[in-house]
Design a protein around this ligand. Structure first.
Ligand code: PGA
Length: 241
């Protein structure tokens, strides 16, 4: 399985020129046949960056097909713009935009229906961690996928307390979570699905720590926020191959 290096630009950068510069820097970095680099830019920059040799995905899309949903874009629109992936269930969507479990389920179904691969994020909050509920939290979140019609899937393990905090999960605990998630996927779907579903880590990943999540924690890739806006992102390609 190729490793995934996914850059989640969130609501950055401020203008298309800066988006272009960021993109060019990644293009110039030495590539690898072992790593699939994916950029999740703000939707408004997708037309600028599509079909230019780096896989593109969307940070969000709505589950309805069309109609009176002001401000939203559909999964089919995202697919038609050349995207391969769509991020679903990111903690910022859950917490800031109050996305509910059923919204995420509908989004996963709608994405698969049009042939997009959902990158479904799971992760515990600090409070859940401190009260010993990490495993239960992740299981409950993964259970949302039960009985949905899913062909291809990526799971992002992102401890909420590690996102943007500079306090990443240690490699040993991350490895335990990788194993738990794989076991859960086998239980919810089947062994074949567990073997072929990439499980990636996200939360304060940088050039200095990226390798250990691949080598030691055995993740199949990384979901990078802040560092995907810096020069170091391109360097991560050779670091993790
Ligand atoms: P971070 O963000 O790398 O800035 O912690 C990760 C994410 O939100 O996907």
């Amino acid at each position: 399985m190729k490793k995934l290096l996914i850059g989640n630009w969130k609501m950055n950068p401020e203008n298309p020129k800066l988006a272009e510069d960021l993109f060019s820097a990644i293009k110039k970095a030495p590539g690898s046949t072992e790593v699939e680099v994916v950029i999740l830019p703000p939707a408004i920059y997708i037309p600028l960056l599509k079909n230019r040799g780096i896989t593109i995905g969307a940070q969000n899309a709505y589950f309805e097909k069309e109609g009176a949903f002001t401000g939203e874009i559909s999964m089919q629109m995202v697919k038609n713009m050349g995207c391969k992936y769509v991020l679903i269930g990111h903690s910022e969507r859950r917490n800031i935009f109050n996305e509910r479990d059923e919204d995420m389920q509908k989004k996963v179904t709608a994405a698969c229906h049009v042939g997009l691969i959902p990158i479904f994020c799971v992760g515990e909050t600090k409070r859940q961690k401190n009260s010993g509920n990490t495993g239960k939290t992740i299981k409950d979140q993964l259970n949302l996928l039960r009985e949905l019609e899913i062909k291809d899937l990526v799971i992002g393990y992102e401890p909420v307390w590690a996102i943007g905090s500079g306090d990443p999960c240690d490699a040993e605990n991350a490895f335990k979570m990788k194993l738990l998630i794989k076991k859960m996927i086998a239980e919810i779907f089947d062994r074949d699905m567990a073997e072929r579903t990439p499980i990636i880590y996200g939360g304060s990943v940088n050039l200095g720590n990226c390798q250990k999540y691949i080598q030691e924690s055995k993740f199949n890739g990384l979901l990078v926020g802040g560092a995907s806006l810096r020069k170091e992102f391109g360097k991560m390609i050779s670091e993790i191959e």
